[in-house]
Design a protein around this ligand. Structure first.
Ligand code: 3HC
Ligand code: NAI
Length: 712
């Protein structure tokens, strides 16, 4: 992108005449975003077309794979530069000669608003249309809120704006967004043919602003607005821009077009100025930057056509499904026939459930399962280009598996471990080819969860890292590079803020109060709900395993142990922190749990006090931010943005807050440090300010200063 900013206006928008048609092409790689040069170029091209008496129609095109991917997101937060996009769209609509667009690839956001402002709209079959502004904390700000309802009706337009998801060309035509489909591959030819046809039939300019919502459609439109308002406190709870979208669309029914545009502009500027918009734009760029790691810049990925998986349990099966879904053939190795059969059944179960819910046809399930094969003999992995080990979390078991892989795998095969906590440096050293060993830490369920931590051991070869990032892209996962340590990026930070939740519990907050505070902050679930979902036995086993090595100076809160001793492991046993009567998944508060908590508090001699929701979140977030800072300080994460992306995609951190370190910058690092120091007065062993946080506060810096592109 940086290079493309140096384009001059005359490069990025070109005009040429083909008979009576002026062909105006936007050529602003990589995605024809509507940066200031493009906007200037479009204004100039339209003026020139209106003045040229030879020209009778304008054909507007985007060069490359996409039509236009929207406003230039990099300009948000900068001083606006004329001409503004709404003015460009108005200029298109006001053209004295018919303006035709021919869309290939994506027409998103401002790109779709250009389409809406044109007089005639053609799409190739592969075109996609979306108004994704809401995903950036915005609303369509170049006439989209006023023009889309006029073309598609209020309900469909609201859906497009509130969902932010793309629709295909056929659906766009059905909804009235597109006039004409073309099954060819050349937008220039298709657009020219259409423009000539329009000229031959004497088609006039056709401004969208002149359309009215038919009186007969008014009741349905009002209903759609009411339905959308009802969603604001549920699906869009806590978000700013969806309410503004509904208000802007309301104006289509109540106000003249120009007044609607004025309101839209006012709301757009309000949204632009919110922390939510900053957080969401940060998330957009952070997830793309996270894939840019030095190793991938230095080396090409190895060929990847066949995958092996060792272990067919929860993770092995989920990883297998992720691979099969991406069209990669999988060989699964298990320790015996019974376990292998269970592994196969675990994979089949996922597809069967999709078929049962009508989300997949039988033939497709069979095609994907056809790419799966199983074996109990490691020899079956001899052809694999990459093997993922997902056996028990036990160093002895894992090194025995790696010894087998070392023996049978072909030279150059990537040997990956899905370990959650174990030392991959040590694992790599046990075999003859440590350069091929890497951590691929999937999250459960592995075929659903977007995050993939790519754990980079000391001796790994650059092209193994590059291969792993290429794999993530193929699996449509968001990859984050992590260094080796106990828990890598995500689980390491989780352990610390989870501990903070235990301390809040011990000191007087109820588990239900903590969960509610965390949910209101924007997480889908609170920490105690998460434990009930994952199974309290798993963390209990981990606590017992670590008991011997636990720092005796750290406070230990045994409340969770008391629940586990009663066999209360959560959803799967019908009770845990919550009650789950008759297999229900929505938990109910349990007075017996509160009684146990009270009793244990007494035994611990902890002085019980009351916490407000704000107190709870200050503790929870300070713990998370502090450990996140340590993870960056120690080089486990390359940059603060890598931590943010891991927490967004693996741990339910609310996207509209951008991740813990973006959030820390927003609320002020001095405030975070002051909290940690205040909490340390009571518990100095747990609350130790991260050296990086202290350093940033001392020099008045921000985490975002450390987000420069990684060196290639
Ligand atoms: N502005 C600036 N840069 C953009 C951009 C945009 N609208 N869209 C994409 N880019 C950049 C990306 O950051 C990336 O840069 P990099 O190579 O330096 O990392 C590059 O273009 C390629 O993008 P992707 O890696 O995402 O490429 P894909 O081919 O996977 O996807 C895409 C292409 C579907 C267009 C996807 O980039 C996308 O969804 N873009 C965002 C679209 C969007 O949200 N538009 C709405 C903007 S808001 C708006 O229009 C306001 C208006 O109403 C006033
Ligand atoms: P699991 O117990 O469900 O599955 C392990 C499987 O490995 C079993 O099917 C077992 O038969 C098989 N196995 C054991 N020894 C074997 C051997 N020598 N050869 C072949 N197969 C063997 O365990 P789960 O949950 O799938 O975990 C696997 C790994 O993934 C662990 O390292 C775990 O830490 C990690 N992990 C687990 C996550 C989770 O949420 N469950 C999340 C991320 C990582």
């Amino acid at each position: 992108m940086a290079a493309s900013h140096s384009h001059l206006a005359q490069d990025v928008v070109t005009s040429r005449r083909e008979g009576p048609v002026s062909i105006v092409t936007i050529n602003y790689p990589p995605v024809n975003a509507l940066g200031v040069e493009v906007r200037r170029g479009l204004m100039a091209a339209l003026d020139a077309a209106d003045q040229d008496t030879e020209v009778r129609a304008v054909l507007l095109l985007g060069a490359g794979r996409h039509f236009i991917a929207g406003a230039d997101i990099r300009e948000f937060g900068q001083p606006p530069q004329a001409p503004l996009l709404p003015d460009v769209c108005n200029r298109i609509e006001a053209s004295a000669k018919p303006v035709v667009v021919a869309v290939q690839g994506a027409a998103l956001g401002g790109g779709l608003e250009v389409v809406l402002a044109a007089h005639y709209r053609l799409a190739l079959l592969g075109a996609k249309f979306a108004l994704p502004e809401v995903t950036l904390g915005l609303l369509p700000g170049a006439g989209g809120t006023q023009r889309a309802p006029r073309l598609m009706g209020v309900e469909a337009a609201l859906n497009l704006m509130l969902d932010g998801k793309p629709i295909g060309a056929r659906q766009a035509q059905t909804l009235g967004l597109v006039d004409r489909l073309d099954d060819g591959t050349d937008p220039v030819q298709a657009g020219l043919d259409y423009a000539r046809e329009l000229l031959a039939s004497g088609a006039p300019v056709r401004p969208t602003r002149d359309r009215r919502i038919p009186v007969a459609d008014m009741p349905a439109a009002s209903q759609a607005l009411d339905a959308a308002r009802a969603l604001l406190n549920k699906k869009y709870r806590g978000l700013f821009s969806p309410a503004r979208i509904v208000d802007a669309v309301q104006a289509v029914l109540d106000r003249p077009f120009d007044e609607g545009l004025r309101l839209e502009r006012e709301y757009f500027l309000q949204c632009l100025d919110t922390p939510q918009r900053r957080a969401l734009v940060h998330a957009f760029f952070a997830e793309r930057e996270a894939a840019k790691v030095p190793e991938a810049g230095r080396a090409q990925p190895r060929a990847l056509n066949r995958v092996g998986i060792v272990g067919g349990g929860t993770m092995g099966a989920g990883i297998a499904v992720a691979m099969l879904d991406a069209g990669l053939p999988v060989v699964m190795v298990e320790r015996d026939e019974t376990s292998l059969e269970r592994g196969r059944a675990n994979v089949a179960k996922v597809y069967d459930s999709l078929v049962k819910r009508g989300r997949m046809v039988v033939a497709e399930r069979d095609r994907r399962l056809g790419l799966w094969s199983g074996a109990t003999d490691y020899q079956a992995l001899a052809d694999a280009d990459l093997v993922v080990e997902a056996v028990f979390e036990d160093m002895a078991v894992k090194s025995a598996v790696f010894a087998e892989l070392d023996r049978v795998c072909k030279p150059g095969a990537v040997l990956a471990s899905n370990t959650s906590y174990l030392d991959i440096n040590q694992l790599a050293k046990t075999i003859s080819r440590p350069q091929d060993v890497i951590g691929l830490h999937f999250f459960s369920p592995a075929n659903v969860m977007k995050l993939l931590e790519i754990v980079v051991p000391e001796q790994v070869a650059d092209d193994v890292v590059a291969t792993s990032f290429a794999l993530a892209r193929r699996l449509k996962k968001i990859a984050v590079r992590a260094g080796v340590c106990d828990g890598f990026i995500g689980n390491r930070i989780l352990a610390v803020y989870r501990q903070a939740a235990e301390y809040l519990l011990a000191d007087g907050a109820s588990p239900y109060q903590i969960d509610q505070a965390v949910r209101r902050f924007g997480f889908p679930m609170g920490p105690f709900q998460v434990t009930d979902l994952a199974g309290g036995d798993i963390s209990w086993a981990a606590r017992k395993r670590r008991a011997a090595t636990r720092d005796p100076a750290l406070r230990y809160v045994p409340i969770a142990d008391r629940l586990c001793e009663r066999g209360w492991f959560g959803q799967k046993t019908g009770r845990g922190w919550y009650l789950y009567p008759e297999g229900s998944r929505a938990g109910q508060e349990d007075p017996e749990v509160l009684a146990i908590v009270a009793e244990e508090r007494l035994k611990m001699g902890a002085a019980s006090r009351s916490f407000t929701e704000e107190d709870i979140m200050r503790h929870y977030m300070a713990a998370m931010i502090n450990e996140a800072a340590n993870v960056v300080h120690q080089g486990i994460a390359l940059r603060p943005l890598d931590v943010d992306v891991a927490m967004l995609y693996g741990y339910g951190f609310p996207r509209h807050r951008g991740g813990p370190l973006h959030y820390a910058d927003e609320i002020g690092l001095d405030a975070v440090l002051a909290d940690i120091r205040a909490f340390a007065a009571e518990d100095p062993h747990f609350w130790k300010p991260s050296p990086l946080l202290v350093e940033l506060v001392e020099r008045g810096g921000h985490f975002k200063d450390l987000n420069q592109p990684a060196q290639g």
